[in-house]
Design a protein around this ligand. Structure first.
Ligand code: C2G
Length: 131
């Protein structure tokens, strides 16, 4: 049976940690759907504007080979609706969110994958600012 995987993220200043997460998520099924955080959601989560707009981040993630479908994630509270809307069998999140989405175990499998060490959007922004 074909399995749909769903994952979420901001994917701002796209880097290899993002890519590895998407590649590993896609290996858990046949179809990968990615929710890209809205600019407004990012402001609420991280207290800053993303470097790239939601339209740009959506275009970058949507162009990746392992990604079948992208959409804008408007709110963290809508996760259950998104899982059901895209008929996801597996929810994949980075382990920085470990345990936070276990409540969706009733509608799909919830998997937390380890983050790639030593790389982050925040660290990249700081490195570029200092260059
Ligand atoms: N990631 C990773 N390794 C890194 C950095 C990020 O594996 N070094 C993963 C994160 O764990 C996440 C994805 O890449 O699964 C996207 O990362 P972010 O853009 O930082 O995602 P975040 O803002 O945490 O958004 O609904 C929840 C969110 O929208 C998650």
């Amino acid at each position: 049976m074909s399995r749909t995987v769903i994952t979420f993220g901001t994917f701002d200043v796209f880097h290899v940690g993002h890519l590895r997460m998407i590649e590993r998520a896609s290996e858990l099924g046949e179809r990968l759907v990615v929710g890209v955080s809205a600019d407004e959601l990012n402001r609420r989560k991280k207290d800053r504007d993303p470097v790239f707009s939601e339209a740009e981040r959506l275009a970058i993630v949507g162009a990746l080979k392992p990604v079948d479908e992208v959409f804008i994630e408007e709110s963290l509270e809508l996760k259950r609706d998104y899982i059901l809307k895209y008929s996801a069998d597996v929810l994949v999140m980075g382990d920085d969110w470990a345990g936070r989405f276990d409540e969706f175990n009733d509608v799909c499998e919830v998997v937390y994958l380890p983050r790639t060490p030593a790389i982050s959007t925040t660290a990249l922004i700081e490195k570029i600012a200092q260059a």
